[in-house]
Design a protein. Sequence first.
Length: 408
Amino acid sequence: MKKKKLSLPLQILLALLLGIAVGAVLGSTGLKSITTDFIKPFGDIFVNLLKFIVVPVVLVSMIDGILSMDDMKKVGAVGWKTVLYFVCTTAIACVIGLALANVFHGAGLFPDLSKELGSASYEAAEFGGFMSTLVGIFPSNMWEAFRTANMLQVIVIALFFGGAIMAAGEKGKLCRDLVSSFNEVINRLMEFIIALSPIGVFAYMSWVVANQGPDILGSLALVLGCAYIGYILHAVLVYSFSAKVFAGMSPVRFFKGAAAAMMFAFTTTSSAATLPVSKECAEEMGADRDVAAFVLPLGATINMDGTAIYQCVATVFLAACSGMELTLGQMVLVVVTATLASVGTAGVSGAGMIMLAMVLEAINIPVDYIGLIVAVDRLFDMGRTCLNVTGDIACTLCVSKWESNAAR
Ligand code: ASP
């Protein structure tokens, strides 16, 4: 008889519970060094893999995202309106996420764990003035940018290559195909690494609980709560507003119409997998078929408001845990990198966590701290995917309305 394999979410849940139990037992019996010496290293292997994949993911998925916008030129006005809507709503999402996380942090709700878990292994980069920061974003050596995982430089490289492949037209087709093939391969690799997350979850959870005590669970609940408040606020403020003002539809009707896709996204944690359902919901609410056929797949690839909120909240939380205070300049950088990271995030389960590593690298927060929240990433992912999909549907309805007004 064939054994039935446990689903990944269930494996993660079991690993989480087992990690808490083992950590609590070892912590209370004075054996916490066992977790540090023998269990945590497996978590480190998992985080190393996350770090190893982040440069190729950012590079290739961002070039691929830019190339998919090339189609946008073909559809002219629809394309520009769509991208404008995506960028504006994602930037608002970042601001909401950052503001909320700062309120939580200001109220002392995020712990400083640097003493127990080791302080930041990187020193916060000195802010050397606007001009030198600007110059520093442009790499003089591509491999150096990859070697040091300098994310801003990697993004710039991706933007240049994406633009150049587009400009090369027919002659650049081989590169274009290579990028899309690499993108597939890297997505598989990412799935493979994500499939190892139960090991990382168990290892880090037992280590954190043994060293920190079960109090850490309260902090995780708080940061989750903070992200969910952000998701709800964004949906209520931005999507209700868009539905009412741009699409001429009552918010209640909008959320009712989008409910099936929202629930599907919540459970599958994949915008790409939800596409057929979101298409049906959007068309049911009166979206133009052609607009939906263009906006929804593009949205599932590059529009991730929920992911942006999650990345901002998680960044402030992890900065607090590592004993860092973010400066205003760093927060602006978080908004910019999280907006770009959302373009590069694939519409599949867990991709946002990998792109979070990019945001952390960009502002010199130790990526290892991701280990703290990896255990509950699935819970973040359910909400953020739900919001991502809702944003795509809202955009489809707005652009449909704008197009039909323009045609009159
Ligand atoms: N799971 C999300 C989505 O498919 C991406 C992410 O992990 O943030 O939209």
